[in-house]
Each structure stands twice: as structure tokens, then as C-alpha cells.
Design a protein around this ligand. Sequence first.
Ligand code: IMP
Length: 180
Amino acid sequence: MNKDIKEVLLSHEEILTITKKLGSLISADYKNSSKPILLGLLKGCVPFMSYLMNYLTFPLEIEFMDVSSYGNDIKSSGDVKIKKDIDVSVFNRDVIICEDIVDTGQTLNTVIRLLHHRGARSVEVVTLLDKPDGRITPFKPKYIGYVIPKVFVVGFGLDYQQYYRNLPYIGILKESIYKK
Ligand code: IMP
């Protein structure tokens, strides 16, 4: 897998440092909140969320949704599908959505609208990476780990055609891989 990477953007150690910082920011903000739901968007959130939750110092529930807008392409299809819904009611609950990366913003806009429609008391977003130049729908996550340019990255949960998620770092995928 390493040979398919053009450039490493974040090492594993850098990811850990960023995650710890996000954890203490969120812990300070939610210290008086009543058991928020940390809602991971599958599958890319898995490594980030499993690290982040160790640094959250308040009682919380974890839940998952699987919402897809990419299919197997490197561009968002813009058509957001809910493949797996959350298992509990969000009515009157504080929800923290945990994302690997925000690109066009369409996935999150759809999920946030849905959670508000279902009566969530508050909905905020923590994302490891933000690609603001990719936005189609205006959106700014409250907690951002690291801002990247409009490049296609893989690793630490992020995939290309379901591969590379198990790389311990985040790197730019060589164009020759997806322009075959
Ligand atoms: P959005 O609706 O375009 O913001 O989609 C965000 C989702 O697209 C993320 O959760 C990822 O699954 C996927 N995505 C966006 N950019 C990348 C990337 O550079 N590499 C891998 N997946 C990406």
C-alpha cells in the first residue's frame, strides 16, 4: 500500500496529537451536558472515533450511521443514501457527529437536517480532516483536526474503493491509481 502514496500528510503521531487536542476541547464544552451521543459515520470514522473517545472525559453513548455519497468513485455523487440508521432516538439529546473528512458538506448537511427533524437538542460535528475547497453546500464543522487542500487522501479510515483504510497515517493517493 505504501507504494501507492504520493505524500504523507499526517503521521500516526501527528494524528494522535490532533485527536488528544480535539478530545480536551470537546470534553471542556460537554462537561455539563447530559450523556451526549457520539455518532460515528461509518466506515471511515472507525480509527479516529476509537482514539477520540479515549480522550472524552464525560459520560456518553456511542452510535453509528452508514451514510454514503461517494460510491466507489473519488468524487461525491451528491446523492446521499442512508444505508444504516442510528439505533436510538435522538429526541432531546445532544449529538456529536464524528467524521473522518468533510468535503462537499452534503453528507453532513443531510444528516444534521435529519437529526434536527427528529428533535435532537443540539448537533455538532467533529472531523479529523476538513477539505473546505471541496464545499458545494456551505458548512463549517465546530471541531476540526486538520485542514487539507482539495486532494484525494487515504489511510486512517479513509478509503479508495474500500482499500487503504488500515494505513496508520494519512497520505495523498497517487493519481495513477485512480486514473487507470
Ligand atoms: P461529503 O458529503 O462530500 O462531505 O463527503 C464526505 C465523505 O466523503 C467522507 O466521509 C468520506 O467518506 C468521503 N471522502 C471525501 N473526501 C475524501 C478523500 O479525500 N478520501 C477518501 N474519502 C473521502
